[in-house]
Design a protein around this ligand. Structure first.
Ligand SMILES: *[C@@H]1O[C@H](CO)[C@@H](O)[C@H](O)[C@H]1NC(C)=O
Ligand SMILES: *[C@@H]1O[C@H](CO)[C@@H](O)[C@H](O)[C@H]1NC(C)=O
Ligand SMILES: *[C@@H]1O[C@H](CO)[C@@H](O)[C@H](O)[C@H]1NC(C)=O
Length: 236
């Protein structure tokens, strides 16, 4: 019996590097965290409320999210976005252990109440860009990671999306607007030309919990120049 247990332990300990890109393991490779199916189902449940096509899980995106999450485990709370990512990116940091993939994606989805589809704005000074990324109708693939932060500093969740949503001055269900959900930074707003070096997720929106700051969420916006999908849906 103990032999079997030992073998099982060895197998388990040898799995992480192999399974790293699936988002199943944290950065020290020991504890199983959220599953891809959990992230995906939570996204598609929200998309179904708008009759949108289902997202597929993409391993390249999952690996991208995993690499970024693993690089941030020492300062999760700063909620830094990956620089110049060609993908959409939703981030979430939560201190307490109850947070899991379903809860985080539902939390993002609850921003539906902050979004005004008529004007294409987040109401008041609220954030709604995580929700609009999830329901962006041209987004086809998602890949996410869930990492444990070092020094018991909670949980970090990263989801990457392709093609990216939150395109400046567009709405999740199509259309062009004078308002943006995640707006470009001033350098882009005042510039008449979008040059190569300011492509990528420049606009950033973040929500900080009002009370004890035990969770923070962030998303990004993109200029309208990189809509083709980076990945074939049948890639894996
Ligand atoms: C989704 O499709 C169903 C069945 O065709 C329809 O009844 C419903 O109104 C649609 N919902 C939205 C939000 O478009
Ligand atoms: C995620 O957390 C919620 C709320 O605590 C719980 O109902 C759900 O079962 C959890 N999901 C998984 C896969 O553990
Ligand atoms: C997105 O929504 C717009 C407006 O309804 C529609 O014209 C467009 O075809 C949709 N695109 C996709 C990929 O569903």
């Amino acid at each position: 019996m103990w032999r079997f247990a030992t073998l099982a332990t060895i197998l388990l300990l040898s799995l992480p590097s192999h399974a790293d890109s699936t988002g199943l393991w944290n950065s020290n490779g020991r504890k199983p965290l959220s599953k891809p199916s959990e992230f995906l189902a939570a996204h598609n449940k929200i998309r179904a409320t708008h009759n949108l096509t289902k997202l597929s899980w993409n391993r390249v995106l999952a690996r991208y999210a995993r690499r970024w999450a693993n690089r941030r485990v020492d300062d999760c709370k700063n909620l830094e976005h990956s620089p110049n990512s060609p993908f959409g990116e939703n981030l979430f940091w939560g201190l307490r252990d109850h947070w899991n993939a379903s809860e985080v994606v539902e939390f993002w989805g609850d921003e539906v109440r902050n979004y005004d589809p008529v004007t294409n704005e987040c109401l008041g000074s609220s954030v709604c860009g995580h929700y609009t990324q999830i329901v962006w109708n041209t987004t086809q693939c998602v890949g996410c990671a869930h990492a444990l932060c070092n020094n018991n500093e909670g949980h970090l969740f990263v989801c990457s999306y392709d093609p990216p949503g939150n395109i400046y001055y567009q709405g999740p269900f199509g259309g062009r607007f004078s308002k943006c959900i995640v707006c470009p930074p001033p350098s882009i707003q005042t510039s008449s030309t979008l040059s190569e070096n300011i492509r990528g997720p420049a606009g950033i929106a973040a929500v900080i919990s009002p009370n004890n700051r035990d969770f923070i969420s962030g998303t990004v916006g993109h200029p309208d120049n990189e809509t083709p999908p980076k990945f074939n849906l049948n890639n894996e």
